[in-house]
Design a binder for this molecule. Structure first.
Ligand code: IMP
Length: 423
């Protein structure tokens, strides 16, 4: 049963979309299992750059079936726009895209709640993408959510919206969306999406019994996991491999779990980031790496790779292989730093208490840099010796082999190491 997952190991934006794009051609199914329009998976296929938010990246390969599983949240109006963009490139989605009937729907109410909270008191802010993600998940767990199946029936939708408005009423301003203003547009968009609606858990179970090659595409990163991450500065879903079974509705076990990390580290939004560089070096990484949010356009905070945190998330996510992206961005630094721990922190894990996490002061190991432009390199053996030494240090510290390296945005700029030694 060939199953693979590609997951982010940092605070998102590790370049998962690009890797899923190059790998999904060799898969029969591509499955998103958590998150929603907060994701921004940037891919550079033949027709030029495209940013996917809801759609699994496998939509870009005509032979790949795509599932949006029940652990996701979805803004149906944004999804319709994405579908139109993909189909506009001649990639038809009928019979290739299936949306879980249980997926949680983001309504105008959720968008209002997210935006108004972010505009409010600083102490309550998370720095979200303002896509309504938190309120949509909150309503699911509060049992007042709207689900895909409700968009297909006026009575069911009216009941679901009324329940949400009744319970949420006290939290929104007077101009909040009401049932009537939300009902008609949601029914209309539901009618457009009807042909894609399915029991995706069943489809997946069938595909597994037929030994199909299945790829699970993660969104965000392990450090943004709603429980294991830097709570409360996290997203609202389970972003580690532990999120896959519940997110797809099958108690499965994934064989190959690829964890994606940049060769350095970035974060958007608020929250602690121990190895952050608020100086010219951080600015250099931002400019060299084009570190501006794919969903919101916000400049990303930049810093050195944090190997201590990486080792922690590899453990909780059962990572079998690392994929290191943007190694080319590190070219031209005299010395590189890698975070290997924190002052006075001897525990193997990371603090649950956000105040303690925020106070962590990183300790670094300094490694020699390289000057060569490596963006055209296609084999590990052709990398400069110091780049290979950098990879070797990461592997040894984290205890997981680097199976994929990426040195540029093009499809062919990601290559397997084939287990080749990085001597
Ligand atoms: P939300 O997911 O929009 O609620 O935002 C919660 C936190 O997760 C914020 O810090 C966001 O910047 C961050 N976040 C959400 N999605 C992504 C992503 O795809 N990449 C990077 N950060 C993200």
């Amino acid at each position: 049963m060939p199953t693979t997952a590609i997951l982010g190991l940092q605070w998102g934006d590790e370049g998962k979309g690009k890797l899923v794009d190059s790998i999904s051609a060799a898969h029969d199914l591509c499955v998103r299992f958590q998150g929603g329009g907060n994701a921004g998976h940037t891919v550079y296929p033949e027709g030029g750059k495209i940013v996917l938010h809801h759609l699994p990246t496998g939509v870009l390969h005509s032979g790949c079936i795509n599932l949006m599983a029940q652990g996701m949240v979805m803004d149906p109006f944004k999804l319709i726009e994405e579908i139109a963009e993909v189909e506009g490139r001649g990639l038809k989605l009928d019979g290739r895209l299936f949306i879980s009937d249980r997926i949680a729907i983001t309504t105008a109410l959720h968008l209002t709640l997210d935006v108004s909270r972010e505009a409010g008191a600083e102490a309550n802010r998370v720095g979200t993408t303002k896509r309504g993600i938190g309120p949509t998940y909150a309503d699911r767990y509060d049992r007042i959510g709207v689900r895909m199946i409700d968009l297909l029936d006026e009575g069911a939708l009216r009941d679901a919206l009324q329940r949400a408005v009744n319970v949420r009423d006290c939290q929104t301003a007077g101009d909040a969306p009401n049932v009537e203003s939300m009902l008609k547009p949601l029914l209309e968009v539901g009618a457009k999406l009807r042909k894609y609606v399915a029991d995706t858990s069943l489809l997946l179970a069938e595909a597994m019994s037929e030994n199909k090659r299945i790829l699970f595409e993660g969104a965000q990163g392990a450090m943004l996991d709603v429980v294991q991450g830097t709570y409360p500065y996290v997203t609202s879903s389970y972003t580690t491999a532990a999120g896959i079974p519940a997110g797809v509705g099958l108690a499965l076990r994934v064989e190959k779990v690829i964890g994606v990390t940049k060769a350095y580290c970035t974060r958007v939004g608020d929250g602690p980031f121990p190895t952050e560089l608020r100086d010219a070096v951080g600015d250099k990484l931002r400019e060299a790496g084009g570190e501006y949010g794919a969903t919101t356009g916000r400049p990303r905070r930049c810093g050195w790779i944090d190997l201590f945190a990486l080792r922690y998330v590899c453990r909780i996510s059962g990572i079998t292989h690392l994929a290191m992206t943007k190694l080319d961005v590190l070219s031209g630094f005299e010395q590189l730093q890698v975070g290997v721990g924190y002052e006075g922190h001897s525990a193997p894990g990371l603090p649950a208490d956000i105040r303690k996490f925020s106070a962590l002061k990183p300790t670094f190991k300094s490694l020699p840099g390289w000057k060569e432009d490596i963006s055209q390199t296609r084999k590990p053996a052709d990398l400069p010796a110091n780049a290979r030494a950098y990879l070797r240090f990461v592997e040894e510290f984290v205890g997981v082999p680097v199976g994929i390296i990426s040195v540029g945005p093009e499809r062919e700029a990601s290559f397997d190491t084939d287990g080749a030694p990085k001597e």
